[in-house]
Ligand binder design. Sequence first.
Ligand code: F6R
Length: 245
Amino acid sequence: MRFVKARDYDDMSRKAANIISAQVIVKPNCVLGLATGSTPIGAYKCLTHWYEKGDLDFSQVSSVNLDEYRGLTHDNPQSYYYFMNDNLFSHVNIDIAKTHVPDGTIEDAEEACRQYDETIKATGGVDLQLLGLGHNGHIGFNEPDSVFAKGTHCVNLAQSTIDANARFFASREEVPTQAYTMGIQTIMQAKKILVVVNGEGKADIVEKAFFGPVTPQVPASILQLHQDVTIVGDEAAFSKIASRI
Ligand code: F6R
């Protein structure tokens, strides 16, 4: 695991965007695994800026997103489909037909997950997977569990995740309680993984996930077994591991 220290959120965002942009430059037809949440927004802004300057071309890039709330339609501003269009896709020249987010509108969970696994397979595999880190160690919406889930599956969101995400909704009652998420095995199959973390609220889980035992109770801990993981974090998020990196 490679730890890249950033001064603050902006510095973390630029460093993460640099890694993503290097991937796009080196392999223009790459497959990017993308994440939502608040952490990657700054990196998406950098990528947009560099595209506008003419430094980046997304025309051949494909993408697969990690997760989507079950039951939210594409036009719902809280859906991850909407988020990706709003924060990245509508600002760059990516071919929207080559972008993929699990379809939260498919009621039949098994069918939704089966279709998404087919979609990921058809891309030929993820070159670079971007991940945020949940306070309980979740990656995608793989919540703490007794086993590591393999493929795309439907999850009941942990109460702490619902609480953390309530900030994006008008009320806590509106936060969906289920989501479709890429599985841990699929995430681990990405050739490269890039984790972004910021803020002191993530300091404890950063230590547990990357220096604690590998356990499905802390899903991100599995990343310790991946051969090419880069973690870009600000000083606050790395405060508990500073002397070890
Ligand atoms: C988002 C996702 C989640 C978030 C995590 C951290 O697609 O899969 O695992 O990355 O909840 O969220 P933020 O960045 O809002 O702290």
